[in-house]
Ligand binder design. Structure first.
Ligand SMILES: [Zn+2]
Length: 197
């Protein structure tokens, strides 16, 4: 049921493998980034990854594991493709990640050092870094990924309220969040009261 591809980075001897589905991830620091900004630097790797991710018959899984030298990179598809998506900790935004390949990933920060000689630096160093103090299994729902106190949003939940500019809230048909919706209704009532008075 689980498809697997095993290979190595050219002559480095560093092995990698792709797996379908979510898995338990080790505690530690992870960068929230589009994998193409780092792993995309190696053409044979990236071609193999794309061939794994996008086969002729569509995959049903919404999450994937890239294991490199024992480090797991958790990867998932965004809800609507490319864009700029927020990471939240306890409902507060801690940063954004640009997406160019329609997917996001959690890359162990140690992996950058390990592969720096071969792949160079990450192209997008302003992306948020999350820290998990115990092992965890990310959950993906409609392109949103949650783990511990963190959420990476790519669905309509990542859009901003038209009134306060705040992210994260579900928006009504005016594009307002719940509290702005209440404020707007109060203002309307006050206006009506003034007209009556
Ligand atoms: Zn609002």
């Amino acid at each position: 049921m689980t498809a697997t591809t095993i290979n190595t980075f050219g002559s480095t001897g560093i092995g990698y493998e792709f797996r379908e589905g979510a898995e338990t991830m080790a505690a530690g620091k992870y960068r929230v980034t589009d994998p193409c900004y780092f792993l995309g630097h190696d053409d044979p790797f990236w071609n193999a990854f794309c061939a794994f991710m996008f086969p002729a018959n569509e995959r049903t899984s919404d999450s994937y594991i890239i294991e490199i030298a024992g480090y797991k990179v958790f990867t998932w598809g965004t809800a609507y493709g490319d864009g700029c998506y927020p990471t939240l900790k306890n409902d507060c935004e801690i940063g954004e990640s640009g997406v160019d390949a329609g997917m996001l990933s959690l890359v162990p920060v140690e992996l950058y050092d390990l592969l720096k000689d071969h792949l160079g630096e990450n192209d997008d160093k302003n992306t948020p870094v999350v820290e998990m103090t115990s092992s965890f299994c990310p959950e993906v729902d409609e392109g949103d990924c949650s783990f511990g106190s963190y959420e990476v949003l790519t669905s309509e939940r990542a859009t901003c309220c038209q009134r306060c500019g705040e992210r994260r809230e579900y928006l009504n048909w005016d594009g307002f969040c719940d509290s702005c919706q209440r404020e707007a209704e109060e203002e309307r009532r006050e206006e009506e009261d003034n007209e009556d008075g």
